[in-house]
Write a protein that binds this ligand. Structure first.
Ligand SMILES: Nc1nc2c(ncn2[C@@H]2O[C@H](COP(=O)(O)OP(=O)(O)OP(=O)(O)O)[C@@H](O)[C@H]2O)c(=O)[nH]1
Ligand SMILES: [Zn+2]
Length: 211
């Protein structure tokens, strides 16, 4: 699959600069995480890392690089798999007792909330998730994963066992010099509303999801 039909290569994107802000405890139903906050210099956006356990030994860390999805993560939307993936990955980290979830504020695969809702409107009229982005003048995936680098460096994390179904995410991280030693599938249940979305991700974006 030609990667640039869907997203820019990692080397073509500007390297994100983040400034560390603060850390606090974050109790969740599964574990009490340490929540680390960072500010992105270029946009002022706040990006978060939820960490559990000690990473100083250098052993590969169970990790989720989660892209913000307000509708799925907070508003219980069934149009996508984001909320269920967020919950499942935090549970897996808690079960292991060690791991990190990077919560990257790249809503709508980087096009922002309002444009994602415009894309949903086009999808309500028949477009798929890729066509809708293109109709709005965007690449299907506008994310810049270099946001992860300063967060991983701050946490002294050097190698990942990444929970994802998206091989382009692993390619991008590898291009950026991150050592991804393993991919751990993060499959969630289909429903009436997300089924076409999941099929399009598999067919057009290369996600490793069974139909
Ligand atoms: N532009 C757009 N973004 C969407 C749509 N549905 C979900 N998103 C965003 O997609 C992002 C999540 O990406 P996905 O393609 O679902 O999954 P992924 O992160 O590539 O892969 P996984 O690691 O397997 O979850 C979040 O930022 C969502 O807000 C949509 O229809 N259009
Ligand atoms: Zn979502």
């Amino acid at each position: 699959m030609p990667q640039n039909q869907f997203d820019q290569s990692a080397s073509a994107l500007p390297q994100a600069v983040l400034e560390y802000a603060t850390t606090c405890d974050l109790p969740t139903p599964w574990a009490t995480f340490r929540l680390h906050a960072f500010t992105e210099a270029a946009t002022g956006k706040e990006h978060l890392a939820m960490a559990l356990g000690d990473f100083e030994d250098g052993a590969p860390v169970l990790a989720r690089m989660h892209s913000e999805c307000l509708t799925g993560d907070a508003l219980f939307s069934q149009r996508c798999d984001c909320g269920a993936q967020l919950e499942a990955s935090l549970q897996m980290i808690a079960t292991e007792g060690r791991g990190v979830l990077l919560y990257l504020r790249q809503e709508g695969r980087g096009i922002g909330l309002l444009n994602k809702l415009r894309a949903y409107h086009l999808q309500d009229g028949g477009a798929d998730t890729v066509e809708a982005n293109q109709e709005l003048g965007f690449l299907p995936d506008q994310r810049n994963y270099s946001l992860a680098l300063p967060m991983l460096a701050h946490l002294h994390i050097t190698a990942l066992r990444l929970m994802t179904n998206n091989p382009r995410k692993i390619n991008a991280l590898t291009q950026l010099g991150v050592n991804v030693v393993e991919r751990i599938p993060l499959l969630v249940q289909r429903n009436t509303f997300n089924s076409r979305y999941l099929d399009t991700k598999a067919a057009k974006l290369g996600h490793l999801i069974k139909s």
